[in-house]
Write a protein that binds this ligand. Sequence first.
Ligand SMILES: [Zn+2]
Length: 414
Amino acid sequence: MNDYINWIEEKLLQINLVKSMDQAEGFSRLGYTKEEKASQEQFRLISQSLGLKTYEDAAGNQWALWEVDKQAGWIATGSHVDTVYNGGGYDGSAGVVASLAAVKMLKDESFQPRKNIAIIAFACEESARFNVSTIGSKAISGLLDKEKVASYEDVNGVTLEKAFTKRGLDWQRIQDAQLEDDQLEQFIELHIEQASKLEKSGKEIGIVRSIAQPTRLHITCTGKTNHTGTTPMNERQDALVAIAPLITFIEEATIEINQEQAVALVATVSTIQNTPNSMSMIPGEVVVGIDIRSTKADLKHRLVEKVNRFVQQIEMNKPVSFTIKTLVDDEPTDLDPGIQETLTNICEKFGLSSMSLDSGAGHDVMNMSKRWPCGLIFIPCRDGISHHPLEHANMEDLLKGTKVIAEYLKKTSC
Ligand SMILES: [Zn+2]
């Protein structure tokens, strides 16, 4: 098995375009950049060395195909190769390399699948560049709102459509990447956990039940801008003072809801815009952005209700008004129970300890699961750190995950 560890490590470096995974600045390989393309090119080379046929679809997703029978169905596995700014080299890449290594294992033992096997390296999974995530898998599963996202800009003012075109792809054709129901039977992804449940519990493999999806609010508090020097304290309509208690309220209310039940709810006041944000002006308008996540939609809605009531109370006591805008309210994604059971059995067969858990972060599999039965396995990552240069996963853990993927492909493709 040492040979596989070496192979996995070598290919991980190759996909990450480095000689060592220790990179002080981490990896910045954003979606639809030449860096992502360079990494995709390495994916293609490795796939071809395994005898797989490669192609790029209309959304820039990379496909590696082990086609054995034109009439038979397709089982797919994979993840993404893009990263956030100064991210880690395991988020996404680990899953892509595990998928490649799993196919290598099957080929090495001369396994003959009766169904076709595909590996997908999804394009632009991270929202780091355009504030919209999983573009490649959204395109494949028909969930991409092309008109809406075309004008989304990166920090340099480059729109998604422009970046896509510059990358050599045709924006007008992106939806051609969409697959028909019968073009795929199921999809399975391996990912680093990006949290520390596995590490803390000493389990080797996490089998994901459900993926939390965000509900996002913009809450605007409107008061009145005036001079800080000439406006007496009893005549102010200070929007910042009025909204401030809401920030601590959200934390307290979320903790309270968590104490009442087993499923986790997390909420963060993650953005704030203060207008006019000037030393000599009383804040006239403040907008806070709140990100709420749980695998149970009703818990998210319970918090939103509490926030509504709290805001009404502030309005009764202060000369300000509030508006609450819901930016997104996505339903949590439940993964296929049958696939979870199969994965649990595979772990047992290999003597690997496993646990069921939920994912707080989104992944490509959440889009794929809207169309096809899907599974997601986690391997531990050191201290739960991710989206950071210190992100790290052990090669031994990656090999264990690879064995689970290989066995799953074997079971489902015969
Ligand atoms: Zn990822």
